[in-house]
Design a protein. Structure first.
Length: 321
């Protein structure tokens, strides 16, 4: 038998969860080195408290399920949401599939969530069946999708992703930019990666409404994840001589790169399309490193179409227990 309970102080950095995630994790947004700093840095500043629902075998104590949620700190009409807070692109539980038949999920969730409204989003199409089984509700479509590029062999990659006209245009801009200094893309780690997040923050200041990178706690969170040496994240810098032209940050899981942050020095390099340049070069670097998918994640921004992405619908579940 499996019993579900709230463990608000659940240790995502524990060996127990790391081994569990390595076997059953479907998205990098539930990685121990994402959720650990997430719960340490973000909920309190957003007026939320952790609600981490954990399923264990009642006989052995073995971990069977982890559902990372948040609830409002006060108010009788508060909501329970997934651990999202504007930084998590794919809402997904971590569950041992063999445990599904033993979970009294709807009953346990009613007990743990109470009378609060429950909202789970954003849910990738690949994960909606899991949530349907968990909650007994069919997900509903959101008004945006997720976009991903399935990488092809190197000889086909560039034409398959961007198209001839886009490739030619990028090559011309890259040649012109290289005239100003040595043009290269580099992967950085540790303190250089953490500093690159702060550089990205400066580049993006004033450009986007509700940009999480302009929130101190969110910027600290991204810097923490980028600076850790656990292999979860990748940070790319496009350099021209000794100057940073653009920064690209994302997560890695199962040979899939998940793009999260793009930032460019448009004040100096706008005419060279630095965003498209670093994306194209990062795709090539990920392909050459053995990556299989370059996931542009959520949002229907027009630039994603330039890379030949496949759009996948996104969903949410809303329920009042």
């Amino acid at each position: 038998m499996i019993e579900m309970d709230d463990e608000p102080d659940f240790d995502f950095g524990s060996r127990e969860y790391r081994e569990f995630f390595s076997r059953f994790g479907l998205s990098p947004f539930q990685h121990p080195d994402w959720l650990g700093p997430f719960y340490q840095l973000l909920p309190a500043a957003a007026g939320k408290t952790p609600l981490v629902i954990v399923g264990r075998d009642t006989d052995t104590g073995r971990l069977c399920a982890v559902i990372p949620l948040l609830k409002d700190k006060n108010g009788t009409n508060s909501r329970v949401t997934f651990a999202f807070l504007g930084v998590t692109d794919y809402a997904c539980p971590v569950i041992d599939p063999s445990a599904f038949g033993q979970l009294s999920l709807q009953k346990d969730l009613h007990r743990l969530v109470g009378n609060h409204a429950l909202e789970i989003a954003p849910i990738h199409n690949d994960h909606q069946e899991i949530w349907s089984n968990l909650l007994g509700h069919s997900p509903i479509s959101l008004d945006f999708g997720s976009h991903a590029l399935v990488l092809k062999p190197p000889e086909d990659q560039r034409q398959g992703s961007c198209g001839v006209r886009t490739i030619d245009g990028l090559r011309r801009k890259a040649r012109r930019l290289a005239e100003r200094g040595d043009l290269r893309i580099e992967a950085v780690t540790g303190s250089e990666a953490a500093e690159s997040i702060q550089t990205a923050r400066r580049f993006r200041a004033g450009r986007f409404h509700d940009d999480p990178l302009q929130v101190d706690t969110s910027a600290a969170f991204y810097s923490h994840v980028a600076g850790s040496r656990d292999g979860l994240s990748r940070t790319f810098r496009l350099m021209c001589g000794g100057s940073v032209v653009a920064v690209l940050f994302g997560l890695v899981h199962m040979r899939r790169f998940h793009y999260i942050i793009l930032a460019c020095d448009y004040s100096m390099y706008a005419k060279y399309s630095p965003g498209l340049l670093i994306m194209d070069l990062a795709i090539q670097a990920w392909d050459h490193a053995g990556g299989e998918v370059f996931d542009f994640t959520i949002g229907d921004e027009p630039f994603k179409a330039k890379f030949g992405c496949i759009r996948t619908p996104m969903f949410c579940v809303q329920s009042g227990f």
